[in-house]
Write a protein that binds this ligand. Structure first.
Ligand code: HMG
Ligand code: MG
Length: 287
């Protein structure tokens, strides 16, 4: 009997969440080449830029140049991170197809990453949300530290659900749940997801799992069982977070695509292109 594959989507974040953490100087041409190769793999969405303070994340300082230099695929949305109105305006001027606001479920990480409490960050994001709505630019949301925080320790599931609800109320079409530290266990993930499902349909959620503890693929399985069908990943397992000490890279796109396929989920991505992009990403990292 032939099993009909269900659909799942991988949202590629390597050029942003991956490269932002790399201490090596990576040239603009290399960044553009990586995005252009990824564009031919069949992604609907690739996060390629981050309009944050260049003092905070120097590697993302050329984000406008990246968006100007890539060859855009008509079927792909090129996304950018925007922490405030200043970042949003820069992203819009650089013709980002969609933008993302990024909150935290823990106060310690919010202060380390955004220099603001959770409430203050949400106030800034409300300005971004309003502007994006006026301009007709789709808005995505992230919640970081959904199970553990490098500063505050374990994070309550209710705190995650609360921030997810606020981001959905601001108009985020999808909220990505970040295991920023990559230490989440399947058990914690299950408790967190069940709390979040009280405030959001699974169709408006994504999983964003870093792989520090080697459990990211198991956490994907937990999220699949809860009805989540979108997962962020970074080609070559690039990444970490400059403001989350000890965090390793995102789950690797080329591993996730094979894992999903083995579990009956088709992503439509070209694995040969992904393997080539993973090699390119690893060379950029110098590993
Ligand atoms: P601040 O220092 O409090 O900002 O930083 P400020 O408003 O006081 O402004 C200070 C200076 O920054 C001013 O310049 C501003 O113009 C400038 P000065 O007058 O000193 O020359 N500035 C900016 N410059 C460029 N773009 C901007 C911008 N905003 C202000 N948008 C701020 C506050 C939010 C800017 C800072 O904390 C920041 O940039 N944080 C971002 C940190 C970051 O990118 N972290 C990594 C991404 S998040 C993540 O990895 C998690 C995620 O992947 C999910 C997961 O894994 O869980 C999404
Ligand atoms: Mg991340």
């Amino acid at each position: 009997m032939n099993m009909v594959a269900q659909k799942a989507e991988i949202f590629e974040v390597g050029p942003r969440d991956g490269l932002q953490n790399e201490p090596n100087a990576i040239t603009l041409a290399e960044k553009i080449a990586l995005v252009d190769l990824l564009s031919s793999a069949g992604f609907s969405r690739i996060e390629v830029a981050s309009f944050v303070s260049p003092k905070w994340v120097p590697q993302m300082a050329e984000s406008a140049e990246v968006l100007a230099g890539i060859t855009r695929n008509s079927g792909t949305s090129y996304a950018a991170l925007t922490p405030n109105l200043q970042g949003y305006e820069a992203a819009r001027n650089a013709r980002a197809d969609e933008v993302a606001i990024f909150a935290s479920a823990s106060e310690g990480f919010s202060r380390a990453n955004l220099n603001a409490s959770i409430e203050d960050s949400l106030r800034r994001f409300a300005d971004v949300a309003k502007a994006a709505q006026n301009d007709g630019i789709p808005l995505r949301g992230y919640v970081s530290c959904v199970t553990d925080c490098p500063f505050d320790g374990p994070v309550a599931a209710g705190a995650v659900a609360r921030v997810v609800g606020k981001l959905r109320a601001l108009g985020c079409y999808e909220v990505s749940l970040g295991d920023t530290l990559g230490r989440g266990t399947p058990e914690k993930m299950d408790v967190m997801l069940k709390a979040v499902l009280d405030v959001s349909d699974p169709a408006a959620l994504a999983g964003h799992f870093h792989d520090t503890g080697g459990r990211a693929l198991q956490n994907v399985d937990v999220a699949l069982a809860c009805g989540v069908r979108v997962f962020d990943a970074a080609v070559g397992g690039l990444g970490g977070c400059p403001y989350a000490p000890g965090a390793a890279g995102n789950v690797a796109t080329e591993s996730l695509v094979r894992h999903l396929r083995a579990h009956g989920f088709e992503t439509g991505l070209d694995v040969i292109v992904l393997d080539a992009a993973a090699e390119m990403a690893k060379a950029m990292r110098g590993t």
